[in-house]
Design a protein around this ligand. Structure first.
Ligand code: UD1
Length: 422
């Protein structure tokens, strides 16, 4: 298995181009199931998760070509409505094929995703949505078996313990595009990735209103057509590079960013003391003096994203004074705390949901292990800012979500290499 070996202590300078959003690309790829026409999707990041979704679409009967960040997806005659455990277990977002399969073929068999490193992550709201749209669902041998004569529009309330669900809203929206009548999703997730999927569906001919608000209305149509679409930039990748500068120092320009999507991240980084200026698609980040501790509470969009929590924690580990981070979206999303402590961070977790960070002068390099994608990014940030050598194991988690990560960091002057584990 590959590891990252990082020599910390170097400032970052230069510019970095932010890739397309993984979390927007994945449901958009699933949405191509809704049409027999060819779809072209641009600005798709070249990542493990995207390859997993390609594999799944090929099993379902699509022909997929992926070159230069562009996907060409076409229908073959080998239609299959089963998403097997072997794929779904490696990527939870595979659940996004449930709604489109059911809408297009009136049946779907999708494996339950199972546990994952950031808590139990149930799919009850996805199942509830499909049932309320008229599907009959049986859970058998670890699979969601769904069938429907025809999906019928209705009002869906998809409120989980932490608020609306992102993939659940996306699944419901995709299923509703070909249903009879009108579907209202309330509260709908307002994440930019949901809006990007909605815009893709509208181009295909879907009738959708209310994207980016908490009420999405979908009027079913008979058929959707093939289209060309360019995926939005990855706001979490942009945020990751902002916190990297916060931890390491230096001055970096981020290109290909939608500033409006990362205002919640920029506000917190500024509050901690980073200097940030923005143009329409660019962000200039500069660290002039040491950072100060801040309070963060993760919330559904437009709140502060849970997917930025570990990276901010790594940055705040060396900020002056106290920081308090409350995780409201996922249980057990503090596995990185133990690893940061091994690097000398002073962090205490209370009641499993609040981390209290007392800034230390410097982190010290150590061998650490990535437990999930964003925790892995946080550990890389910690390693880049630490004194000495850090070895990050299990970087296959990081490969799921950051395109050319070490190349981008190296181009900014960070010292990071990919190696085979000894
Ligand atoms: C998406 C993102 C993920 C991000 C998360 C929250 C993708 C591919 N992944 O995940 O990176 O961390 O949003 O911003 O877009 N819940 C239920 N029942 C359900 C579904 C969810 O209780 O059926 C709960 C979850 O356990 C969690 C909360 O709802 O507490 C939010 O999860 P959700 O928005 O569904 O996350 P994902 O869509 O899986």
């Amino acid at each position: 298995m590959d590891i990252y070996e990082i020599e910390g202590g170097f400032k970052l300078n230069g510019n970095v181009v932010i890739s397309g959003s993984k979390n927007a690309a994945l449901p958009i790829m699933a949405a191509t199931i809704l049409t027999d026409d060819k779809c072209i999707i641009e600005n798709v990041p070249d990542l493990k998760d995207i390859k997993t979704m390609i594999e799944l679409l090929e099993i379902i009967g699509k022909k997929v070509q992926f070159n230069n960040n562009t996907l060409i997806i076409e229908q073959t005659e080998n239609i299959n409505t089963r998403a097997p455990y072997e794929i779904v277990k490696t990527m939870r977002a595979s659940i996004a094929v449930l709604g489109p399969l059911l809408a297009k073929y009136n049946k779907a068999e999708v494996s339950l995703p199972g546990g994952c490193a950031i808590g139990p992550r149930p799919v009850d709201l996805h199942i509830k949505a499909m049932k309320e749209l008229g599907a009959i669902i049986n859970i058998e041998k670890g699979y969601i078996n769904a069938k429907a004569q025809k999906l019928i529009g209705t009002t869906l309330t998809l409120f989980g313990p932490a608020g609306p669900t992102v993939l659940g809203t996306e699944n419901a929206m995709m299923a509703a595009t070909l249903a009879d009548g009108e579907t209202i999703i309330e509260p709908a997730a307002m994440e930019p990735e949901v809006t990007d999927l909605g815009n893709f569906l509208i181009k295909m001919g879907a009738k959708i209103e209310g994207l980016g608000t908490s009420t999405i209305k979908v009027k079913g149509v008979k058929k959707l057509k093939g289209v060309k679409h360019s995926v939005i930039p990855d706001r979490i990748e942009a945020g990751t590079f902002i916190t990297m500068v916060g931890a390491c120092g230096g001055e970096v320009r981020l290109d290909n960013v939608y500033v409006a999507h990362i205002n919640n991240i920029i506000d917190k980084a500024k509050e901690a003391g980073l200097e940030i200026e923005t143009e329409e698609n660019r962000v200039y980040v500069r660290k002039k003096s040491s950072l100060e501790g801040i309070e963060i509470s993760t919330l559904p969009y437009p709140g502060f994203p849970t997917d930025m929590q570990p990276q901010f924690m790594a940055m705040l580990a060396t900020a002056k004074g106290l920081s308090i981070i409350t995780e409201n979206i996922f249980e057990d999303r503090f596995i990185h705390v133990g690893e940061l402590q091994r690097m000398g961070a002073n962090i205490r977790v209370e009641k499993g949901t609040t981390a209290i960070i007392k800034g230390v002068n410097k982190l010290k390099g150590a061998s650490v292990m990535a437990s999930d994608l964003r925790a892995g990014a946080g550990l890389v940030i910690a390693g880049l800012s630490a004194e000495g050598i850090t070895r990050v194991q299990r970087i296959y988690h990081i490969d799921r979500g950051y395109e050319k990560f070490e190349n981008k960091i190296t181009s900014l002057g960070g010292r990071i290499i990919r190696k085979k584990e000894d």
